[in-house]
Design a binder for this molecule. Structure first.
Ligand code: PLP
Length: 403
């Protein structure tokens, strides 16, 4: 039997074609598949696109954040302020260093941390702050850098979602000591798994290159081309294996070629959502404040509630979940924006957090709604998302009012 339903609309879609297939085939044919010339080419292309001075490819944004924190000297006994509404990896990377993540609340409007929150969570042990540019919108770096300077805190940007994100006309990633980007398939471009540590300090970059390679003083590829005593690497510290492979990097180089088009397309789609959703009762679309360029890694709305007390959040959450479920039934994928880390079992248990300790983050967790967005999405697909969303929102608010 033929399926007469409209085709499914995914939350996002990676853009692969012959370019990636040929790039991978060429690496296989070369016989050198681990970190080598393709990783170097990917780093160069990344620096060229972003304008950032140093880029060190690694296995994920998570390991990139680990390298970035180590570069700032974060270690046991230190506290690092991390927003509570983010992917769990931001906080986990702090724990890898033996340090303690101190979760801070986020603005329910931008979903990002603020300078006031950094000030509020600061203690004598605070070593660093990790602003997250969530969903592709930069945190307010001006005021955050001011606090950091005043209080001598290192700044590490979680730029996982922020390839193409500008703040005051400058690409994010080196506003503080360093940052990290992700190439997971949910992000603008993908290498399957992959990440990039960025910094403007050549010394930090050099050390990160060594740490990603077991602490070796010379790369595998450089040793391979050398002779005699140079074949023996020097290991002067304990490092990790955080090396990206040339197979992944070759995909990354091909993806970088498409990045300007992908970003332009995503931004245009997001702006079209803004128009289509303007004035829809009960739904707050994402904002792009003055001085920002949002790269829309995700288009994340919030259910409107009458304030952010526990009962109102719960009421909005019931509406949100009903809408998500109804759209899923029609094969339109939606997701909550991300999770409230302080409400995740490990963090709640270890640090004794309760959901309403950080109401902005809890509201983000319970009320956020990510809509499908990808390069190549058609007007027809987008119109269907909006039409069905409005329909189910109206229904769900009616159900809620009847309770
Ligand atoms: C995706 C994401 C990460 C993790 O990136 P990986 O490359 O999967 O390690 C970290 N932080 C944020 C905010 C993310 O969205």
């Amino acid at each position: 039997m033929t399926d007469h339903r409209p085709p499914p609309i995914p939350i996002t879609r990676a853009i692969f074609d012959e370019a990636e297939a040929q790039a991978v085939a060429a690496v296989l044919a070369s016989g050198w598949v681990v970190q080598g010339p393709q990783v170097a080419a990917f780093e160069d292309g990344f620096r060229h696109f972003t304008g950032l001075p140093e880029a060190v490819a690694c296995t994920s944004c998570t390991t990139g954040l680990h390298l970035a924190l180590l570069a700032e000297g974060v270690g046991p006994g230190d506290e690092v302020i991390v927003p509570a509404f983010t992917w769990v990896a931001s906080a986990n990377a702090v724990i890898y260093c033996g340090a303690t993540p101190v979760l801070a609340d986020v603005s329910p409007v931008t979903f990002n941390i603020t300078a006031e929150e950094v000030e509020r969570r600061r203690t004598p042990r605070t070593r660093a702050v990790m602003p997250v540019h969530l969903f592709g919108l930069a945190a307010e770096m001006g005021s955050i850098l001011d606090v950091a300077r005043r209080r001598s805190l290192a700044v590490v940007e979680d730029a996982a979602c922020a390839l193409g994100t500008l703040y005051c006309g400058r690409h994010v990633g080196t506003f503080g000591g360093g940052g990290a980007f992700s190439f997971h398939p949910r992000k603008a471009i993908t290498t399957g798994e992959g990440g990039m540590y960025t910094t403007s300090d050549p010394g930090k970059a050099r050390r990160a290159r060594s740490l990603r390679d077991h602490g070796a003083s010379k790369s595998d590829h450089a040793r391979h081309g050398a002779r005699g005593a140079a074949l023996l690497p020097v290991f002067d510290k304990v490092g990790y294996n955080y090396r990206m492979t040339d197979l992944q990097a070759a995909v990354g180089v091909a993806q970088l070629g498409k990045l300007p088009g992908i970003l332009a397309d995503r931004i245009a789609r997001a702006k079209r959502y803004d128009v289509l959703l303007a004035g829809v009762a009960g739904l707050i679309p994402p904002i792009e404040p003055e001085g920002h360029r949002h790269s829309y890694q995700s288009y994340v709305c919030r259910l409107e509630t009458d304030g952010l007390d526990e009962a109102e959040i719960a009421r909005g959450n019931a509406v949100r979940n009903q809408v998500m479920h109804a759209l899923e039934e029609e094969r339109i994928a939606t997701r909550q924006g991300t999770h409230a880390v302080h409400a995740l079992d490990y963090y709640a248990r270890t640090f004794g957090y309760r959901p309403m300790d950080l109401p902005g983050a809890w509201a983000g967790d319970q009320l956020s709604l990510t809509l499908p967005l990808y390069a190549g999405m058609t007007d027809e697909e987008q119109d269907r998302v909006v039409e069905r969303l409005i329909h189910h929102l109206t229904q769900a608010f009616r159900t809620a009012d009847a309770r």
